[in-house]
Design a protein. Structure first.
Length: 284
């Protein structure tokens, strides 16, 4: 469905059975594009900073691609500002039920960059959700028109209820946890299947072995977790928790583990090398 002749795209397809689903639904996901945009109206200072950052990120892109087995030849090393219109065109052509951006769409904040992203999102013809990443902390007045101000944003694709939250500061406050629990319970009572969408993946006793490859920086959980976040992680592991799946980014590679028995956490790879995910939700 999402296969394309454009050599930039590296689409990973995930088939995800969900109990209670009555028909197949599709969602397209990208993560960690790390836009650093400048134009002729930018200050000389920002132009120089942006160019320095782009050059620095080229090495980072290659190292992550090598780690995960993604391609990093010339077609995959175009700059993020060239890649973004490609993603918008692909989404508009294929028309999935929803388009997810799981954080770090921007690398460094400036008004021109977020306006560039906002203009691109204005062209998207399907429902979309952008949750903020650790590179998108602060500057709320510019982000909120695109990411929303609700503690939990809800995008429904058929019976799949995508619950988007901001865990960019690597913690879940009690206020946010309570909001997630209430939304997940309500969606479940309504016959929908709650799916949690956020930037930073979680570490629990069920995926400790699989996530051992990551530095603690990349995970919410482990020895450095705060008490409120630890309580939320415990909730995710409860048999009664209605959240069926977690979708995230941050680790710059496709990675799958289980945060609770039979419940997957899927990390999307870095869109900086054209990697992206097609999520096919099917009836269990």
């Amino acid at each position: 469905m999402f296969y394309t002749n454009d050599p930039y795209f590296q689409v990973k397809e995930h088939v995800i059975p969900l109990k209670g689903l009555d028909k197949e639904e599709t969602v397209f996901q990208i993560s960690d594009l790390h836009l650093i945009y400048s134009n002729e109206n930018s200050t000389e200072e920002w132009k120089a900073f942006a160019e320095k950052q782009r050059n620095a990120w080229k090495g980072v892109r290659i190292s992550f691609a090598q780690l995960y087995g993604d391609a990093y030849d010339e077609p995959h090393l175009i700059q993020p500002e060239e890649a973004l219109p490609k993603y918008v065109s692909l989404v508009n052509e294929k028309k999935p039920g929803g388009f997810l951006m799981t954080g770090d769409m921007l690398n460094d904040f400036n008004k021109e960059t977020i306006d560039f992203l906002g203009d691109a999102l204005g062209e998207v013809t399907v429902p979309y959700m952008w949750v903020r990443g650790n590179h998108e902390v602060g500057n709320d007045e510019f982000y909120l028109p695109y990411t929303g101000s609700d503690l939990v944003r809800i995008m429904r694709v058929g019976k799949v209820a995508l619950l988007g939250i901001d865990n960019s500061r690597k913690k879940i406050t009690k206020e946010l946890a309570d909001a997630v629990k209430a939304c997940a319970a309500e969606e479940s009572r309504s016959g929908n299947i709650p799916v949690l969408v956020m930037h930073i993946p979680v570490k629990t006793p069920y995926n400790t072995a699989e996530t051992a490859i990551f530095d603690p920086y990349f995970l919410l959980g482990g020895d450095d977790v705060d008490p409120e976040s630890a309580e939320f992680l415990a909730y995710l592991q409860e048999d009664s928790c209605p959240i069926a799946l977690i979708l995230c980014g941050h680790v710059h590679g496709h990675h799958i583990s289980e945060f609770a028995p039979g419940k997957k956490q899927i990390c999307c790879s870095s869109a900086m090398v054209g990697a992206c995910a097609l999520l096919r939700f099917i009836p269990a």
